[in-house]
Design a protein. Structure first.
Length: 259
């Protein structure tokens, strides 16, 4: 199992339930991004090609689509300094891509940067539907937004309302022994007496990931994020980077089930 946090956050679980219930209507388009400055991180990250590490961005969209990514068109933008470029031979500050899906009319837009872009951290996805749309908060301290079509009033363009909301916690889906780990709490180590904050990381996803992994072993079944799923979520970004390095050449995503 790949322990991908993005598909167990409160925001994702809430939107995934709404889509399954039909509340958002027909999905028309999806966008995703992972923005994170990685200056002064461990040396092996220096100059790393942005879309070679795509899963925090693209995983929610691919899980919602439930379709295999088949082709990608990637582009690079901007430049990072020479000493960063040299290690991985990638000059781009930003990489973006469009992902085409098998037997689907939905397109996914994906973005990523790691260096020399003045923007605060976010791992986000946006879903645009025929009835409702969802946008991740622009600043992490804010709340996400739901857009809703209202009754046709005969004017040009249907009226749309926007509502910021707090996604519910989904601790009740977990065994009671680990429910508290969806939120931060003060933990005291009995052995050392030290106290620190535990739990709540990555939108409350960590205990959900642990529970799914253990349940898949106990139930002798593939995990929700098995090796084939992981290959697609990772491979689509690698192919997007290859496309960007080739000047926007369309790249076929391998059919990983065949390997």
């Amino acid at each position: 199992m790949m322990m991908e946090t993005a598909v167990y956050t409160r925001e994702f679980l809430y939107i995934y339930d709404k889509i399954k219930a039909g509340d958002m209507g027909r999905i028309q388009y999806m966008r995703c991004a992972h923005y994170q400055d990685m200056e002064n991180w461990p040396e092996y990250w220096a100059g790393f090609p942005p879309l070679m590490h795509p899963t925090h961005a693209v995983a929610p969209c691919l899980l919602i689509a439930e379709k295999r990514p088949v082709k990608v068109f990637g582009v690079g933008s901007g430049k990072i300094r020479q000493e960063l470029t040299e290690k991985y031979n990638c000059p781009f500050a930003f990489e973006s891509a469009f992902i085409l899906l098998e037997d689907s009319d939905i397109c996914i837009e994906m973005e990523r940067y790691l260096f020399e872009v003045a923007r605060a951290y976010t791992e986000c996805f946006h879903i645009y539907g025929s009835k409702q749309s969802f946008e991740w908060q622009q600043i992490e301290e804010e709340k996400p937004v739901l857009f809703n079509f209202e009754k046709d009033d005969g004017k040009w363009g249907l009226p749309v309302t926007s509502t910021r909301f707090d996604p519910p916690d989904y601790a009740e889906r977990l065994p009671k022994e680990i429910q508290k780990f969806t939120k931060s709490f003060e933990f005291t180590d009995d052995r050392t007496g030290s106290t620190y904050l535990a739990g709540g990381g990555h939108g409350g996803s960590h205990p959900h990931l642990a529970n799914e992994f253990i349940r898949s072993i106990i139930e002798k079944r593939p995990s929700a994020i098995d090796q084939i799923t992981s290959a697609y979520w990772t491979g689509v970004g690698i192919c997007a980077h290859m496309s960007a390095m080739a000047g926007g050449q369309i790249i076929d995503v391998p059919h990983f089930e065949e390997y």
